[in-house]
Each structure stands twice: as C-alpha cells, then as structure tokens.
Design a protein around this ligand. Structure first.
Ligand code: PMP
Length: 385
C-alpha cells in the first residue's frame, strides 16, 4: 500500500489532507524532504537489509576503511552530473560534510607558524564561523568577512577562505574572493548539483566538499565526501577523521551505497531531472508571487549554460533570499512572522535583518503552505496602505 508519513504541522487527518487554516508555514530549516517522493517511487531498489553478523569489526581511517564500491559509485555520480573533475584527486569520507569542513581547516593550518585566518564572503553559511570559533586552536581563528579582508592588504599571511558555490543563502555561483600564495580555499559544493544550479563547467578546485544530504536528501544518514588534490592535505584530513571517529560508520557507508546504486540505475539521470523540475517549479511560482509585491524582492539568479542539461537553463535554488524593501521593515523576519511565515534572519548569515532566508527544500506540504501564506500576505499589500 501507499506509505504512511507523519503529517506536516499544517495538515491533519488519516491522509494528511485536511489543511489547518491557522498554522504557520515553516520555511526555516534546510531539511531536504523535497526528494521524499522520489524515494517513495524507488522504495524497493533503495531498501537495505543488514544481517546482525555483518561488518562488525573496527576499521581505521585509511583507504581500507572506505568502501571501494562506494568510492566507485561516487565517482560515477560525478561523471553523470558532470559537476566535478575527480581524476587526480583523493577521496575522504566524513560524518556529513559538516565534519569535513572542520577537518579541512585543521588540515590546512596544521603546519602554519602563525594562526590561519578563516574567512567567508557575506552572506555566508553560519557554521563556518560557529564551528571555527568553537574548535579554535593556536593554528586558526575565524576572522569574518572575506570582502572586508580583500579591501586591506592584510592577507599576505595565511588565510583560509570558505567558498560556497552555489551559495547558501542566495544560490549564486561563487569563486574565491581572495587570491594569493598564502590563500587556501575550501569549496563547499553541497549544492553544486543540477537540482539547484546550472553547472557551467565541472569544478576542479584543490579542496571540494560534497554531501548526500543535498544530493539524495538523506541528511539524517550523515555522509559527505571531500575531493582533495594535495596528498599532505588529504593525509591530514584522514588523520582528523581517525582521531575524531576512528572511521566513518560502515552502516552509513552501506546505506549511502544502496542509495547511489538506486540513483545510478538506468542512465542515472532521473534524480537530476526530478529534482531540477521540482525546484524550478517551486522557484517560478514563488518568484511570480513576489513579483506582484512592492514590499518584497528576491535575489536575481541569471540563466546560465549547464553542462549537465547541455543548454541554458533558469534558476532552481535551494533558498529564497528575500528582502523587505520598506524603510521601516528593518526586521524582515518579524514582518513575515506576523503573516505566519517562519524564516531565518539575515543577521545569522552576517547580513542585514532586512533579509530573510526561506527554505525551498522541504516537503511538498511545507512548500505549499509557504506559497499559500506568501500569496495571502502579498494580496493584502494594497489594502493595508
Ligand atoms: N554546507 C552547506 C552550505 C550547507 O547548507 C549544509 C547543510 N545545510 C552543510 C554544508 C552541511 O551538510 P551535511 O553536514 O548534512 O553534509
């Protein structure tokens, strides 16, 4: 029969079909449940059964702890998505990409005589700061906005720049802001899939980090990988994983492998078509709605040639980066909240609170509630004046 899911907070009843008119649309988190229907269509090929005696031993973090089959499948997914050059790069597995962000900072700063300054261009994903602050050592510290550092000549010393491309929160493709011999970039490519962006060319950076959270939607399995060019950086990252965790859970690796096997069935392109079409449709409906407003605007993402679709394609970002344009609306999150929409404040991304991030990644129900509430809010605009 049809799988039974938990109802979203805006629905109730045995089939979650009864809409609750007073509930809030929660567009806060980046939980990628938009892919749940894809996995319901592939319930059988993605299912996994593991016998109790299977793979009980410890393995230590080196090549032998990383499933060779899984490595092959990861390389295959990249070759189909045409989003990364994997040749000549080492693979490191991590507990989500979150762990690899930290491992990369440690690996790049281990031998530096003065503390490396870690930066990112605003608006940026908050974890770069919170994690770097929390794990601060004599080898590194969080410095703030890469754009501010660019305007000084201060970056001759050791700098690590996080580059998120496409960016969370605004979906734009990015390149490192800082250049120079003493600058190392960590490319966070969590969203560099045809789901969320045009792929102008396969990425070929020295450190690139990916995650199944945003590729297949399995954020709860905690599995990510890094493609690393330099052997010493790669060994330092493996050493970090080994000290922090001994190695990455073999159960997680089995699950990731089963999911990628299902993804690669047939020509392996189905998930990209499914995800792109859904995200594009969500973006188009939301941007049409916002275009009727004088009070709100959203980010502009230009159409670009895509190496996967082999044509120019429009935007399909993971998040809306919404701006309150009225002078008095300095707290945009509060403005939305009064219309029953829950978003994330701009200040969390080191931007003004005139901005709010709204997630487009959640379940169909969450997205439908968001669209409904936005339409309701904007239709009242004229009348309130
Ligand atoms: N990088 C970016 C830019 C993200 O948005 C996220 C998740 N929201 C992550 C990394 C972390 O993902 P995970 O640890 O689930 O792989």
């Amino acid at each position: 029969g049809k799988p039974v899911c938990e109802c979203n907070t805006c629905y109730e009843g045995p089939h979650c079909s009864q809409f609750l008119p007073d509930c809030a649309a929660n567009a806060d988190s980046g939980d990628p449940l938009f892919l749940e229907p894809f996995w319901m269509q592939h319930a059988e090929s993605s299912a996994l059964l593991v016998a109790g005696w299977h793979r009980m031993s410890y393995v230590f973090a080196d090549q032998t702890s990383m499933s060779l089959e899984l490595q092959k499948h990861i390389l295959k997914v990249h070759s189909i998505a045409r989003n990364a050059i994997t040749k000549g790069k080492y693979l490191v597995f991590g507990v989500g990409s979150t762990q690899l962000l930290s491992a990369a900072v440690f690996a790049l700063s281990l031998n530096s005589s003065s503390p490396a300054r870690v930066v990112a261009a605003s608006p940026y994903y908050p974890v770069y700061k919170t994690q770097t602050d929390f794990f601060e050592t004599v080898h590194f510290e969080f410095q703030g906005d890469a754009l501010l550092m660019k305007n000084t000549s201060d970056y001759v010393r050791n700098v690590i720049e996080f580059v998120t491309s496409p960016n969370n929160p605004d979906g734009n493709l990015r390149k490192a802001v800082l250049q120079g011999l003493s600058v190392n970039a960590i490319y966070d490519h969590a969203y560099y899939w045809p789901h969320f962006s045009a792929i102008p060319a396969p990425a070929d950076e020295d450190i690139m980090i990916f995650t199944i959270s945003k590729l297949t939607g399995h954020a709860g399995s905690r599995f990510g990988w890094a493609l690393v060019k330099d052997k010493d950086v790669y060994l330092n990252m493996q050493n970090y994983i080994s000290l922090a965790d001994i190695s990455i859970s073999r159960d997680t690796q089995l699950r990731a492998l089963q999911l990628l096997k299902a993804v690669l069935k047939g020509d392996g392109r189905e998930i990209f078509h499914f995800a792109y079409e859904k995200m594009r449709d969500r973006w188009e409906k939301i941007s049409q709605t916002i275009s009727l407003s004088k009070r709100f605007t959203i980010q502009d993402i230009p159409p670009q040639y895509c190496n996967f679709f082999e044509k120019v394609r429009g935007p399909s970002p993971a998040y809306i980066w919404l701006k309150c344009e009225r002078e008095e609306d300095t707290n945009c999150k509060a403005v939305l909240l009064s219309a029953n929409i829950i978003g994330r404040s701009g200040s969390l991304f080191n931007a003004e609170d005139r901005y709010v991030r709204l997630s487009l990644l959640k379940s169909d129900d969450d997205y439908n509630s968001l669209l409904y509430r936005l339409k309701e809010l904007i239709s009242k605009e004229g009348r309130a004046d």
